[in-house]
Design a protein around this ligand. Structure first.
Ligand SMILES: [Zn+2]
Ligand SMILES: [Zn+2]
Length: 557
């Protein structure tokens, strides 16, 4: 079946170099005529980088956009934003059938319905455990435990061997809700013979094994029960097991559950449809909050990452229309700040504490557990699957290189340190990086998606650092000034150290410069612009120690 020119390759376009924007291609066929599948299509968050005005980052998929006639399908492992968040935006450029489980499809659909003009995506439902043949690929969804329902590893069988793409996973024998990572299933794959394991690196720097979701649940219940007043729990909206834990704890101690925040509403709606919130009292909407006695309510909130527009931030600022907390109430952060969000989360925590609110975080209590495997769990996965090749994935460079060392310690013969854009040949022959293709990031800027090479971002950074001076000068055809130059400054300090007005200093500089220019030069707009530009920046630098951007407009009057 396989011709001697056929190769099996792995080409990550996102997620190998950052935690976020996962998008990985597998290709099969001769070099010039490969067929591809894409695993996940996630977004990243702009907050960690110095990108004013950018909240969302997408992987640059231009390689597969150009090859889309050879793209057989897009396979979603689970519904976290770093795995599905770019799909609705990027799908029109790819237009391949998308395969995902019911829960992921439900979330994609509810979000699409809330966004006007969002494209209709070709979504196809997969049942965990299902196997699907597509061209040279035979893809099996293998359930794993993680922090969202219906998470799956993919067992990708090809004529050149079996690749196990773990997706996000952990071991948890009591996951509270959702799947187990089955030793039996992964051992069976190992027995079949695993060519390559492409595995989650998020927690490779942590020793031991993660606590169970059931431990978190028990502890949360106690903290809710012990609270004399209102309790608010904030967590990732998608963590349905956590929402269910809180709801069950609330029922135990006779409290009503209020769900607050749009993302949380959407997840609750889909989780109900999928049967994950059965046998629980109805949740109440936020507008009931004020009418329920203080010791009879638990609110579940969005905003655990410090997002400024989410419910928790607005409550901390006392700006929420329905929910207000007061001294003696308790807020539980059943979450951990994603790198880059620590400051925003910290400022909400401080603001709550200033108001006399009791704040509980995972630093002092077992109120959160990560959904990713620590070293002990990773070791198990390597023992079960016994791959010939290991490729660390889902991590920043530090995680990937630590994972590479770890995989060698586990006895894996070939460890490849792939990153976004490296084309790895898995078979035939030894695994190696054989090519590098353009990969990178796209930025969601308002309603527009822009490339990393656009001027907008460096310009915006410059403006944020030192502001801008605008000078408008009218000159007639004899080289005489018509009226006074108009000067405007934005983002500069009002006065210099001696208390002189900055705009006066700029006006004097411009006037002196124009006086000193010979008439012939004044008739050349470009020469005037250049001279004024240089003089203004030099003068401001002298006073301030920083050079602003400067726009000079010469109008020929
Ligand atoms: Zn995940
Ligand atoms: Zn992930």
């Amino acid at each position: 079946m396989a011709s001697h020119q056929d190769e099996l390759v792995f080409l990550p376009l996102g997620g190998l170099g950052e935690i976020g924007m996962n998008a990985a291609l597998y290709g099969f066929g001769p070099e010039r005529d490969r067929q591809w599948i894409l695993v996940d299509c996630g977004m990243g968050f702009g907050g960690e980088e110095n990108l004013p005005g950018i909240d969302v980052v997408y992987p640059d998929l231009r390689f597969i956009e150009e090859e889309r006639h050879n793209l057989l399908g897009i396979f979603i492992t689970h519904a976290h934003e770093d795995h599905i968040g770019a799909l609705v935006e990027m799908w029109p450029r790819l237009q391949a059938p998308v395969y995902a489980t019911k829960f992921a499809i439900g979330l994609l659909e509810t979000r699409r319905l809330s966004e006007p003009n969002a494209p209709k995506v070709d979504l196809n439902e997969i049942v965990p455990g299902q196997r699907l043949k597509l061209g040279p690929f035979d893809i099996e969804y293998v359930p794993v435990a993680h922090s969202i329902p219906e998470s799956n590893a993919l067992a990708i069988r090809t004529p050149h061997g079996l690749v196990v793409h773990t997706g996000d996973w952990k071991l948890d024998s009591t996951p509270y809700l959702g799947s187990l990572t089955s030793e039996e299933a992964f051992r069976a794959l190992g027995d079949e013979g695993v060519l390559a394991l492409v595995c989650d690196s998020t927690n490779v720097v942590r020793e031991g094994t993660s606590p169970s979701e059931a431990d978190v649940s028990k502890n949360l219940a106690q903290l809710i029960k012990d609270s004399p007043h209102r309790v608010a729990v904030t967590t990732f909206a998608s963590n349905v097991a956590r929402i269910r834990s809180v709801a069950e704890a609330a029922r135990e101690c006779g409290r009503e559950v209020i769900v607050v925040g749009r993302a949380m509403d959407r997840v609750v709606e889909v989780a109900k449809e999928c049967g994950y919130l059965e046998d629980l009292p109805e949740f109440r909407s936020a507008d009931n909050f004020g009418y329920i006695p203080r010791d009879k309510v638990v609110a579940i909130l969005t905003g655990s990452q410090g997002e400024p527009r989410a419910a928790l931030a607005r409550i901390a600022q006392d700006e929420h229309p329905d929910i207000a907390l007061s001294a003696g109430d308790r807020v539980i952060f059943s979450s951990r700040a994603i790198p880059g969000n620590e400051k925003a989360v910290g400022s909400i925590i401080n603001s709550l504490i200033e108001q006399g609110i009791d704040v509980i975080t995972d630093r002092t209590e077992m109120v959160h557990v990560s959904g990713h495997p620590r070293r002990g769990e990773l070791a198990q996965m390597y023992q079960w699957t016994r791959p010939r090749i290991a490729i660390p994935a889902h991590g920043e460079p530090l995680h990937l290189s630590e994972h590479a060392k770890f995989a060698r310690q586990q006895g894996v013969q070939e460890v490849v340190r792939a990153k976004n854009g490296t084309l790895v040949r898995l078979s035939p022959g030894p695994a190696e990086i054989v090519d590098t293709i353009p990969a990178g990031r796209l930025y969601r800027d308002g309603n527009i998606v822009i490339g990393a090479a656009e001027r907008a971002l460096p310009e915006r950074r410059k403006l944020a650092f030192a502001g801008i001076v605008t000078v408008a000068i009218a000159i007639d055809d004899r080289g005489e000034l018509v009226g006074d130059p108009v000067i405007d400054a934005m983002g500069l300090p009002d006065k210099n150290r001696q208390g002189r007005d900055m705009t006066d200093i700029i006006a004097d500089t411009v006037a002196d410069l124009l006086d000193g220019l010979p008439k012939a030069k004044r008739r050349d707009p470009e020469a005037v612009e250049n001279a004024v530009h240089r003089a203004v920046r030099a003068a401001v630098n002298q006073e301030w120690g920083k050079k602003p951007a400067c726009h000079v407009l010469v109008i020929e009057a």
